[in-house]
Design a protein around this ligand. Structure first.
Ligand code: C5P
Length: 231
């Protein structure tokens, strides 16, 4: 995989018009886009199909979680869209249903172990008798055993998770900030080079690219940093 294929730009924008403008501006610099709740619920799903027809890859960050049958039917529809990655919460029933339903398509299912906004106290308040570290490790092992395609994790978790999951599973890491960039609301950040060194396969970057004064140049700088780190 070359460096450019490893960069996923998060299209965290309010409308298809804004997203389309950004994609045009980024041109050949970016091959892979992530669409989350904000854009998905504002016309982002037909836009995902447009991107795919134009040769881009799409990560639908929809974090599905429901009864198995509902998850499976949803995954089948996402597979028909031609998306490359889809997130589900890493609960065993949900992961089983998603993995089975994506069979025969190019869609890969990524598990969200524990949301990064949760700490141990939040888990206790939600009724769990686990620390975040314990639950992340447990769910990563379950994801591996169920045959999931990968996990979303912070770059700081990547090294530990790599020792739990098989080589065939991809680790996709947000919270990436080039040296000197604004950290925004991210608490645990890593530079692109450090994330790659920690074992991340794909890096998700939002604001450092889409809010840059020159987004294309910002994306190119990240691709160059990934390339240098993997040389
Ligand atoms: O703008 P920024 O680079 O912080 O965007 C990171 C993207 O990754 C956002 O779309 C955010 O929702 C997503 N994300 C994250 N942390 C997670 C999971 C997803 O920042 N644990």
């Amino acid at each position: 995989m070359n460096a450019r294929e490893r960069l996923i730009v998060a299209l965290d924008v309010p409308s298809v018009a804004v997203a389309d403008k950004m994609v045009t501006q980024l041109g050949d610099s970016v091959l892979f886009y992530k669409i989350g709740y904000q854009l998905a619920f504002a016309g982002g799903l037909p836009f995902a199909e447009t991107l795919i027809r134009a040769g881009k890859r799409v990560f639908l960050d929809l974090k599905l979680h429901d009864i198995g049958n509902t998850v499976a039917r949803g995954v089948e529809s996402v597979a028909k869209l031609g998306a490359t990655f889809l997130t589900v919460h890493a609960y065993p029933q949900t992961m089983h249903a998603a993995v089975e339903a994506r069979h025969g398509s190019g869609l890969r299912i990524l598990g969200v172990t524990v949301l990064t906004s949760y700490d141990d106290a939040d888990l206790a308040a939600a009724g769990y008798d686990f620390t975040v570290a314990e639950l992340v490790a447990e769910r990563a092992a379950q994801a591996r055993d169920i045959g999931m395609d990968g996990l979303v994790c912070s770059a700081g978790e990547a090294e530990r998770l790599r020792s739990i999951v098989s080589e065939g599973m991809v680790l996709v890491t947000p919270g990436i900030r080039p040296a000197g960039a604004d950290r925004d609301d991210q608490k645990r950040i890593m530079t692109p080079a450090a994330a790659v060194a920690a074992g991340a396969d794909y890096l998700v970057v939002g604001r450092p690219v889409i809010e840059a004064s020159d987004p294309k140049q910002a994306a190119e700088a990240i691709v160059a940093e990934i390339a240098a780190a993997t040389r």
